[in-house]
Design a protein. Structure first.
Lengths: 98, 488, 510
């Protein structure tokens, strides 16, 4: 594994996470994340070359639903928690059309 | 730029919306054109605490398509989350398939200018669609409609085996015909059921060396025409760009471009530096799928005749030319309609003429398929049979066809009502012919005399008879009698 | 309103004073029985707990929403159904407090986060539906570490919750509010969620019982996700029978949760737990005790408990869980990776908090999230994003998934030899408020004995087994095979028949 995380990497991760951080937070997170990453490095003591990953706790397979439609919950309920709306739409600051 | 030699390398990514009743992970109607945010529930709007459950039909549709594309069906597949932030993606991740798609390694054969070519399919996988953002007419804001959010989407990726804009278009048309035949998608391009994204670059030969231009991906093309135009534009742009800058695949970077249909140009899209870090990982809310051979066999057993094969049969058995066969077979219902009408004892030639003639004209005018005109095989067959039996002439058939679209009467009834039944009765026709000859002695004279005017005069007399019979005279019988009377 | 006053009056009469004393000491099982037989009304029981909330919660801070009107209305409905001769269900009139990360359409669901303040879900969680169908009454929504991320409830974006045994100490987390609600008798039972110990740690710190069921036993539909492959909902109660009572209702297959496991028979945990434990094989984990830093008072209390099990005829066997030392590291990679994705949806677009003056749509995301999330949530989102990002996935996330396999295999092997594992819940009793809050890694290590059960998906039950010299409760943990909650409850119940740690009530709430 790599060395502890740098401030620059923390800024990059903050951007990926859509979190606006203050410089103070960047410094603090760099330190704390470095500690944690240093700690988790202990996993490298284990040889896992022939180990299969476990992504699910229960060994379930093939869970499907039948293709049956039911009405939506209604536009008012859809928008009941919307921070901003424009008629039947959610409203956001203009997204540059691509 | 015409003097340099180059090869075009194109791979296609195609997203096709599946025609299921409900969405991919919830029971909301999978339906286009409803009022904004009406087909939305807690699951597809990504409310806190909701969980997805996979639509079995969507999975089967994708496997069906994959089998028709001669793909390997994966025994084990899983669902992954693809992360990016966008207001039409309420969870800010898309459920998709990353390293273990449900199928891979297929082939689709296309035919361009009579030449057949096999295009390799890299993979077919499933994912959920995003919602829609609306910008038009708004100042400073965008509107979000989540009706399409979570609709089942099939992504098909080809190997870079296409080598011209035309080939790409033909491939798109072939695939559209295929999914329609399979019944897995309406593939209505106007409604966005099928979106195409070509990856394009060139291998340029100059002074015995080969130069590869950087790959560009053109996003979100909504029609086959746009696909063809965008690729043609890109080819020229890449040549010019290379001549000017010399930048190659090795020295440049891949870029993403949008298509401006009005200007007919591609436009570079600005991207965030972190845009391509999608952080795929297995979705813990969805369990893997293990596909048993029995299930695959069952789906395989129910595959309809594929367009490629049906087209060949339509050409060989019914005498369609390649283009007409392709048009008919593109839509499975229409091709079925044709064959159903045929089994009712209809003359092949006449039926073919009707399908490629007025029936397709009416369908095109309405922007629908012939099958969607809603005329039964019985009525279509009756009309063709009436022509075949000489009851009506071809002109009358077209008139009757038009009436058939607006009423449910049988063509026979319409023909009688409109007085379009052909008169083939010899004595009745002789009376009319005698009257015409008596009234046009000069023309009769000319028709008897070999020379320049003869052919024209016979035509004139025939026309007069037809007119007098108000179009009901059987032209074949008329010319027979006329020939006898003139003495030729 | 009249009726309400009348009821308050009746609670104050001398005769009712005794009833109150009784209710304070009654278990949920006893309450339901008395309500069903007409000895108590649901309304009286609800009034008692509302009064207890009014009396204690100002100091304890267990509740985010107190649903007094809702609870009274529901109680009256239950009472009239009983009066009409109906049976409103196995939880008739039983008040229950619910951690505020389970969706209710009749009350806000905040996850103790500023980003969901005032958020009103459009639907009820599966467990809430099941509880209401069984006749239970939701009396309030309880405090937690924001989005269940924490071990002390200090990370709540709303307020801190205090331990009723020592108000200067934490109640444990993240389900601290639900733990305190039961410990301070502000509710007879409650629901928490457990991703790495979030039910068991508060149960241990507050001197009550708390169960993390097998992954897949209880539907997660409507539980706001933190670490989806680890999260399970479970009950808090005073004794094992109350845990069984609630589990009977909330367990079971739900088609809306793809990870919910369909079982052939619905379990009756209440009936199953009466069987004696003679001959049961109980494993003691060498690695847990080799771990430095376990408070000697805790070691001693566990040893005492083991003696009680032995007296009941259980066989004690030493077992190995060789990958114990890697569980915390593994957990923080898996949980934060999943969390970074699960919490991406809180973006100020479709619901929840939006920054008041965004400069553009990207800023709606970055500023709403910056202003709406607390530091611990941000830290975990960042860590999770980092370990999934290009170039780090294999080294961190994939590695953790592989280690998870090893940890699971450890348990599979041990459960070939024993029926139950007995272990401490935490290395220390409840710690002081503020003690670990600035040192995330030390805080993470509070979960060292609880995390493995989540990684392996097995059930684990925390029960009280003693007190320190400072009068702080000590918890014992029983871990079982997949879907073998029965044996855990049976073992606990056998122990509780012979001890009275579970009947202790903190002085300040009497
Ligand atoms: Mg895609
Ligand atoms: Zn939906």
């Amino acid at each position: 594994m790599t060395d502890a995380i740098t401030e620059q990497e923390v800024r990059h991760v903050a951007k990926l996470s859509r979190l606006k951080l203050t410089d103070e937070q960047v410094r603090q997170f760099t330190r704390q994340m470095s500690d944690i990453l240093a700690y988790v490095k202990k996993l490298n003591e284990l040889d896992t070359a022939n180990v299969k990953p476990t992504a699910h706790a229960a060994p379930l397979r093939n869970v499907f639903r039948e293709d049956k439609a039911a009405a939506g919950m209604g536009v008012e309920k859809v928008l009941q928690n919307a921070p901003d709306r424009d008629g039947p739409f959610f409203k956001v600051p203009r997204v540059l059309a691509d | 730029m015409s003097d340099i030699a180059y090869k075009v390398i194109i791979g296609l990514e195609i997203h096709i919306q599946l025609a299921t009743e409900s969405k991919m992970f919830c029971s909301c109607p999978n339906h286009f054109g409803d009022p904004p945010n009406s087909n939305v529930c807690p699951v597809c709007m990504g409310s806190p605490g909701v969980l997805p459950v996979m639509n079995k039909k969507a999975y089967e549709y994708a496997v069906r398509t994959a089998l028709a594309l001669n793909c390997q069906i994966a025994k084990f597949t899983k669902w992954d989350r693809k992360s990016y932030y966008y207001p039409d993606l309420p969870k800010n991740y898309q459920i998709s398939q990353y390293d273990l798609p449900l199928s891979y390694d297929g082939l689709l054969e296309i035919s361009v200018n009579g030449e057949h070519k096999q295009i390799r399919i890299r993979r077919v996988h499933l994912e959920e669609d995003a919602g829609k953002l609306l910008h038009e007419g708004n100042v400073g804001f965008s509107q979000v409609d989540l009706n399409r959010t979570g609709a089942p989407l099939m992504e098909i990726v080809t190997e870079p085996d296409l080598s011209s804009a035309e080939e790409a278009r033909v491939f798109g048309a072939e695939l559209r015909a295929l999914v329609r035949t399979l019944g897995v998608s309406e593939a209505n391009m106007q409604e966005g059921h099928m979106r195409l994204e070509p990856n394009i670059n060139l291998a340029i030969q100059k002074d015995g060396k080969e130069y590869r231009t950087p790959i560009t991906e053109v996003k979100n093309l909504g029609s086959l025409r746009a696909l063809e135009r965008a690729i043609s534009y890109e080819i020229n742009r890449q040549i010019a760009d290379w001549q000017q800058t010399g930048i190659t695949l090795e020295t440049g970077t891949k870029s993403t471009r949008g298509w401006d249909d009005n200007q007919g140009v591609t436009v570079l899209q600005r991207e965030k530096e972190e845009a391509h870090d999608y952080r795929y990982f297995p979705d813990p809310d969805l369990v893997p799928v293990v596909v048993e051979q029995l299930w695959v066999d069952e789906i395989k057993k129910n595959l309809p005749e594929l367009p490629m094969i049906r087209r060949v049969r339509f050409r060989k058995d019914f005498g369609f030319n390649e283009k007409d066969a392709a048009t008919l077979v593109e839509d499975r219902e229409t091709a079925d309609l044709f064959e159903n009408a045929l089994t009712l004892g209809t003359p092949v030639k006449t039926l073919c003429n009707h399908f490629i003639g007025f029936w397709s004209m009416h369908a095109n005018q309405r922007n629908i398929t012939i099958a969607q005109l809603g005329i039964s095989a019985q009525r279509i067959a009756m009309l063709a049979k009436m022509v075949g039996e000489g009851k009506i002439n071809p002109t009358a058939a077209a008139v009757i066809a038009e009436k058939m679209l607006v009423c449910t009467d049988d063509p026979q009834v319409i023909a009688e009502r409109e007085k379009l039944i052909q008169v083939s009765d010899v004595s009745a026709l002789e009376t009319i012919i005698d009257e015409v000859l008596a009234a046009n002695p000069k023309a009769m004279e000319d028709a008897r005399t070999p020379g320049k005017k003869q052919q024209k005069s016979v035509g004139f007399l025939l026309g007069q008879v037809m007119q007098k019979s108000r179009g009901q005279a059987n032209p074949q019988v008329v010319s027979e009698i006329l020939g006898r009377k003139i003495g030729n | 309103m009249d009726r309400f006053l009348k009821c308050r009056e009746c609670l104050q009469t001398k005769k009712m004073k005794n009833v109150i004393e009784d209710i304070l000491k009654m278990t949920a099982t006893e309450l339901v029985k008395d309500i069903k037989t007409g000895k108590l009304t649901a309304r009286q029981v609800v009034e008692f707990y509302l009064r207890q909330i009014e009396r204690c919660d100002r100091e304890m801070g267990a509740f985010i929403s107190i649903l007094d009107d809702h609870a009274r209305t529901d109680a009256d409905k239950i009472d009239s159904r009983i009066a009409a001769g109906e049976n409103p269900g196995p939880l008739s009139g039983l008040p229950i407090a619910i951690k505020d990360n389970m969706c209710t359409d009749f009350a806000p669901t905040t996850c103790a986060s500023k980003i969901l303040i005032d958020y009103r879900p459009p639907y009820n969680a599966h467990v809430v539906e099941q509880l209401q169908k069984a006749g239970a009454i939701v009396i309030g929504k309880t405090n937690l570490d924001e989005f269940a991320m924490g071990s002390s409830t200090e990370n709540s974006g709303i307020k801190i919750t205090r331990n009723p045994w020592a108000p200067d100490r934490v109640p444990g987390g993240s389900s601290g509010g639900s733990g305190v609600a039961v410990a301070a008798r502000m509710a007879p039972v409650s629901l928490g969620s457990d991703t790495g110990g979030s039910i068991r740690l508060p149960a241990a710190f507050c001197g009550i019982c708390g169960l993390k069921p097998t992954y897949g036993r209880v539907s997660r539909y409507g539980l706001v996700a933190y670490g989806s492959s680890l999260d399970q909902i479970g009950p808090f109660g005073c004794d094992a029978r109350d845990i069984a009572l609630v589990l009977n209702t909330i367990a079971g297959y739900d088609h809306r949760d793809s990870t919910s496991v369909p079982l052939e028979h619905a379990a009756d945990f209440t009936a199953a737990m009466e069987k004696p434990i003679a001959g049961l094989k109980i494993g003691i984990v060498k690695e847990y005790h080799a771990q430095g830093g376990i408070d000697p008072e805790i070691t001693q209390a566990i040893e005492q408990a083991i003696k009680v099990f032995e007296q009941s005829g259980a066989k004690i066997i030493d077992v190995d869980l060789p990958h114990t030392d890697y569980a915390v590291a593994c957990y923080y990679l898996v949980a934060t990776a999943e969390a970074s994705s699960n919490l991406a949806r809180y973006d100020g677009v479709h619901y929840g908090y939006r920054t008041p003056n965004p400069t553009d749509y990207i800023d709606v995301y970055s500023s709403s999230r910056a202003e709406g999330f607390g530091d611990e949530v941000k830290r975990r989102i960042m860590l999770g994003t980092y370990v999934l990002s290009a170039g780090y996935y294999d080294a961190y996330y994939l590695k953790a998934l592989k280690v998870r396999t090893l940890i699971k295999q450890d348990f599979d092997k041990v459960f070939e030899k024993v029926d139950v594992i007995c272990a401490p819940v935490a290395p220390t009793p409840a710690f002081k408020i503020g003690e670990k809050v600035n040192d995330p890694l030390t805080m993470y290590l509070s979960d060292i004995f609880t995390i493995s059960a989540n990684l392996a998906g097995i059930p684990a039950l925390a029960i009280p087994c003693g007190f320190t010299n400072n009068n702080l409760p000590i918890g014992l943990q029983l871990l079982g095979k997949h879907f073998d909650e029965e044996t855990l409850l049976r073992t606990a119940w056998d122990y509780q028949k012979k001890t009275d740690f579970h009947r202790q009530i903190p002085e300040m709430v009497k």
